[in-house]
Design a protein around this ligand. Structure first.
Ligand code: ARG
Length: 289
């Protein structure tokens, strides 16, 4: 994989038909939202392709609307896939589907190894374990969805440092809704989503000059839930305030209308899963085998 490679899901079966986070309101969902979701997902895919990425697609499955959020499928690094276990029964039906998706990707050489989480733990994949390429560590969210006890499993599976961050609110229930490391070492995050101890852990590792704090409005627009490729950041429609903040720091924004997905509590990062991340350059990995 010489290009950044993402997994996305065909949005044909996406809707908001249950409520497992405070953004979801099944009564507010209309056929117009379903049509807009098809357009939004296509626009996100186009933005990733335009940024030089390759996209692999998971087929839609009836009755599993949140399969459109493959960030929750697994934690993936160096070709290793740690499969997710979902907190809510509404999403647990995704687990066997995702296992077979990764088995197929393994057959094709796109991943190397599939690892199961020990029984009794919940972990919702890259939504709650975000690789920081500059610091070479995983930032790990826990609380509303993922078990704190899953974090040592991530450390052992991938052999890298993990920083546990407890999420303080149901609104920002996955770490990726409120925390986004950017190329060059900057971190875009929403401070009010974290407990005081977690906030201190972030600030101990990210010097002030590298912190970009999102406002409540920017976080509610799901702009922290962004995909970053070098200087490019692909995100939901941004308030002017955030656009300015990021452009002043040298980043280029591609904004996509993802409003139907925000009604489910997700946006661009949630709708993708990066498959090709390596903790060391590929040449070194192969030399070590
Ligand atoms: N409705 C989905 C859920 O509550 C949204 C998931 C968004 N994904 C994410 N990585 N934040 O599980």
């Amino acid at each position: 994989m010489d290009r950044p490679t993402f997994l996305m899901t065909d949005p044909a079966c996406f809707d908001v038909s249950y409520r497992i986070n405070p953004w979801m309101d099944p009564k507010g969902w209309t056929p117009a939202h379903a049509a807009a979701a098809l357009a939004g997902s296509a626009a996100l895919r186009a933005a990733l392709l335009a940024a030089g990425a390759h996209v692999e697609t998971i087929e839609a499955v009836k009755g599993l609307p949140d399969l459109v959020f493959p960030a929750n499928a697994a934690v993936v690094l160096d070709g290793k896939v740690l499969l997710a276990r979902f907190r809510y029964p509404e999403r647990q039906g995704e687990e066997p589907i995702l296992r077979s998706v990764f088995q197929r990707l393994k057959t094709r050489g796109l991943v190397r190894e599939i690892v199961d989480l020990p029984e009794g733990l919940f972990h919702e994949g890259a939504g709650d374990a975000i690789w920081d390429a500059d610091r070479r560590l995983f930032w790990c969210g826990h609380g509303p969805r993922s078990s704190r006890a899953a974090i040592p499993v991530i450390r052992k599976t991938f052999g890298h440092e993990t920083v546990a961050l407890e999420l303080a609110t149901e609104q920002f229930y996955h770490l990726d809704t409120c925390f986004c490391p950017l190329a060059g070492g900057m971190v875009l995050y929403y401070p009010a989503a974290f407990t005081p101890d977690s906030l201190a852990a972030i600030r101990a590792r990210v010097p002030e000059a590298q912190r970009i704090e999102a406002t409540a409005e920017e976080a509610a627009a799901f702009c922290v839930n962004a995909v970053n490729l070098g200087e490019r950041i692909v995100m939901a429609k941004a308030p002017d305030s955030l656009r300015t903040k990021l452009q002043d720091r040298g980043y280029a924004l591609t904004e996509v209308d993802l409003s139907p997905f925000i009604l489910s509590g997700g946006a661009s990062y949630c709708m993708t899963l990066r498959l090709d991340r390596a903790s060391v350059p590929a040449a070194q990995l192969h030399a070590a085998e």
